[in-house]
Design a protein around this ligand. Structure first.
Ligand code: FAD
Length: 381
């Protein structure tokens, strides 16, 4: 028996663990992937139940150590969403002969996890991509790598990290688990349709060459980051996140996965050694530290996480804060996102609407949006 679909986080651990391959991940009408079970070959071993992180959620732990950090290499920080901790951890793993499992854009700009063994692939993994990534195809490969003594660093949403941990069934000295403060994930279908429409508006038929949902060209402090898209014909699109329809719908929870509204991996209920996030509010807490280029929030949960931080901390300008201070302006650290009032209507009519951009704007209530966005930004949600 699998968890109710409203709670299923889509990590795919059940599919990856089924010894008879009875479970496949299939898209629903909202564009999220859910397990589909073929009952005929099922041998009732219950591996799917045992490895479901939602059915076996982590317990709360002590408050972690909290750090505000900036990578001192300006190029690395510019191409990272926050302060560039991911790249430093990943570089260290690759130089030790290990593998880094994290999310990239595919050729068609859908989001998927890959195992990287080069810094070129790590560069593709940099940067937050808000559509939900598919990940379970990497789980068996990670287990094989660990069994052969290869170090692996895994980075994913808290539910994906818990899914991998449940799939593996035990900790491994060679495995570094890194999750993030997570607002929720966007429907891959909404993302694909948004990008198709953007392309048509901005560049006609010219292919998209790059996407950055966390560009710092317009700054980082006070949530001033922007969406930036480039096309093969030299055209480009850039809009501050508060003006971009996709990011407006994301921050106002119009098309997050249903389970994101009842996430069981919030606060200190995590399976990770480290948690990464943006140190939102650093400009008020410690104005002299903020330089508008991005500051990471790092939470250290385990001795293994501390060891990983000790190895890279020399590359950072950092200061220790407290857990309470660090998450006080980052509500997603401890609370699930409350679905937008028009969420159900949005998805009900999605396939009938011709313009994704207009439909998002209409569901968000047009002109009232700017005000709501500013209030939410101030509250850090
Ligand atoms: C869906 C999502 C929601 C987030 N919500 C918040 C939030 O509410 N508050 C907050 O403080 N921080 C949030 N973050 C984290 C933040 O955006 C940065 O990713 C994080 O601070 C790491 O930054 P960095 O500079 O160290 O590294 P970066 O170079 O930015 O590394 C980002 C890492 O996240 C991985 N990643 C990117 N997209 C995905 C994805 N779709 N699924 C799984 N892994 C992915 C990348 O592969 C990479 O390992 C969110 C990230 C994601 C992906």
């Amino acid at each position: 028996m699998l968890v109710d679909s409203s709670q299923c986080c889509g990590c795919g651990s059940c599919a990856a663990s089924c010894p008879e391959s009875c479970i496949t991940m299939e898209y629903d009408s909202e564009g999220f992937r859910y397990p589909h079970v073929d009952p005929a070959p099922c041998i009732h071993c219950r591996a799917c139940e045992k490895t479901c992180p939602v059915m076996n959620p982590p317990s709360p732990a002590d408050s972690p150590k909290a750090i505000a950090a900036q990578n001192q290499d300006g190029h690395i920080r510019a191409s990272s969403s926050s302060g560039g901790i991911f790249f430093a951890l990943a570089e260290n793993t690759i130089r030790s002969g290990g593998l880094v499992c994290a999310a990239v854009y595919d050729e068609d700009f859908s989001v998927t996890h890959i195992l990287a063994d080069t810094l070129q692939d790590v560069a593709r993994q940099q940067g937050a991509k808000y559509p939900q990534s598919s990940v379970e195809h990497c789980f068996a490969e990670i287990r094989r790598a660990l069994r052969s003594g290869t170090p692996v660093m895994f980075v994913g949403t808290p539910c994906q990290t818990a899914g991998l941990r449940a799939f593996l069934g035990r900790d491994d000295a060679n495995l570094l688990l890194v999750d993030m403060i997570c607002h929720g994930v966007v429907s891959p279908k909404v993302w694909a349709r948004y990008l198709d429409e953007r392309q048509l508006l901005d560049a006609g038929k010219a292919p998209v060459t790059s996407v950055n949902l966390r560009s710092k060209a317009t700054g980082w402090s006070h949530y001033q980051y922007s969406v930036s898209i480039n096309y093969a014909n030299g055209a480009s699109y850039q809009a501050c996140q508060s003006k971009d329809p996709l990011m407006q719908g994301f921050t106002l929870n119009l098309y997050l996965r249903r389970s994101c509204s009842q996430c069981v991996f919030k606060g200190t209920k995590r399976c990770a050694d480290l948690t990464l996030g943006d140190y939102w509010g650093i400009w008020d807490q410690n104005p002299e530290f903020d330089d508008n280029q991005g500051t990471s929030l790092l939470l250290i949960h385990t001795p293994k996480g501390q060891e990983a931080w000790d190895t890279i901390s020399g590359q950072f300008r950092f200061l220790e804060t407290t857990y309470q201070e660090a998450v006080s302006r980052n509500l997603s650290a401890a609370a699930s996102s409350v679905p937008h009032g028009a969420r159900d209507k949005f998805f009900r009519n999605l396939d009938r609407e011709k313009s994704m951009i207009q439909w998002i704007t209409q569901c968000l209530g047009g002109g009232k949006l700017g005000l709501i966005q500013r209030i939410r930004n101030r509250l850090g949600v």
